[in-house]
Design a protein around this ligand. Structure first.
Ligand SMILES: NC(=O)c1ccc[n+]([C@@H]2O[C@H](COP(=O)([O-])OP(=O)(O)OC[C@H]3O[C@@H](n4cnc5c(N)ncnc54)[C@H](O)[C@@H]3O)[C@@H](O)[C@H]2O)c1
Length: 323
């Protein structure tokens, strides 16, 4: 097997590339480096600099490297940006996927893993989100992920490609400091950023119908997430692999914003109290995965907890931002 990992120089993709290489898989990476860093890749992994929108390049890469499976992570991922620039998000996320699937089908590749997101669900009012919970994304980013899933499943059926769509919940942490998320878009780096600027962490709303009034999320260590990709790849490598699987990747445990900020305070040693600000529009009170299907279908369960996520993310923050 040779796996093409698109977006493999990104935060999650580099973890996937490393986990798959460590497990003995042959991988190569395609990344346009718009948000990725080549230094994240373990030595020896070929990197092709280019876009998933470039069909001719994809065709060449698939043929030259005799690719037999694809893990597609390349995408734009900022919710706010997707609201401001919806056409760009549809063009790059859905358009890039369309081009990729066309070349994959043409090349006769039969295995495909797609990075989806809990954003496909929108804000369902349920205790645990199962894969049967209705999808109603509340922003263009989530829409591109849901449209992407439809496309992956339809192309899979039409061309006999076995597919897995992984719906990631809230990703955090790093397997090594140099692999850490360098963006400041998610809650853990956002709190680190505030502390580094000598400012109090912010909580957006403490009057939600949750035990401590703050929003509850399901945080997943990126190293566990990378292992989920490996499990998906292994499932697709089985001789009788066929059909499609769409599965949540979370821990099945809710952690409130206040609880997370307390852990961050303990690990950074900066326990200044958070300031409470107004709710942000579109934030659901609770979004926690049912992790049962992933255990059943992929034989995968997250092993790392929130403390490990925050500790490893902090080491990465210190490396990249000089703390
Ligand atoms: N980080 C999260 O919390 C999270 C949650 C759910 C889903 N996801 C999804 O996981 C995937 C990876 O996210 P990430 O956090 O590693 O983001 P990231 O921005 O670090 O990585 C994305 C990588 O893709 C590359 N890229 C973007 N568009 C490209 C294109 N058209 N062609 C080639 N390369 C391209 C970027 O240069 C970058 O290296 C994305 O599909 C994202 O939507 C992320």
């Amino acid at each position: 097997m040779t796996w093409l990992i698109t977006g493999g120089a990104g935060y999650i993709g580099a973890h996937v590339a490393r986990a798959m290489t460590d497990a003995g898989e042959r991988v190569l990476v395609l990344d346009d480096l718009s948000a990725g860093h080549p230094a994240r890749l373990p030595s020896g992994i070929p990197l092709v600099e280019g876009s998933s929108l470039d069909g001719d390049l994809l065709k060449r890469v698939l043929a030259e490297h005799a690719v037999t499976g694809v893990v597609h992570l390349a995408a734009r991922k900022q919710v706010g940006e997707s609201v401001a620039q919806p056409t760009r998000y549809y063009r790059e996320n859905v358009g890039g996927l369309t081009t990729l699937l066309e070349t994959v089908a043409e090349a006769g590749i039969k295995r495909f893993v797609f990075s989806s997101s809990a954003a496909v669900y929108g804000n369902p009012d349920v205790d645990l989100i199962t894969e049967d919970t209705g999808c109603a994304p509340v922003n263009p980013y989530g829409e591109t992920k849901l449209a992407g899933e439809w496309l992956v499943r339809a192309a899979g059926r039409a061309h006999g490609i076995a597919t897995v769509c992984l719906r990631y919940f809230n990703v955090a942490g790093a397997a090594a400091p140099e692999l850490a998320d360098t963006g400041v878009f998610n809650i853990v780096p956002m709190v680190f950023d505030r502390l580094t600027r000598d400012e109090a962490p912010r909580i957006f709303g403490d009057d939600y119908p949750t035990p401590d009034g703050t929003c509850i999320r399901d945080y997943i260590h990126v190293a566990d997430l990378a292992e989920a990709h490996l499990a998906a790849a292994r499932r697709l490598t089985a001789a009788d692999a066929s059909g499609d699987l769409t599965v949540n990747i979370g821990r099945g445990e809710g952690v409130s914003v206040r609880e997370l900020i307390t852990v961050i305070g303990e690990i950074t040693g900066d326990r200044r109290p958070a300031v409470v600000e107004a709710r942000r529009p579109g934030d659901a009170p609770r979004a926690v995965a049912s992790a049962a299907l992933a255990a059943e279908e992929l034989g995968w369960t997250a092993r790392r907890g929130v403390r490990e996520m925050v500790e490893s993310a902090w080491q990465g923050w210190l490396l990249h931002h000089g703390g």
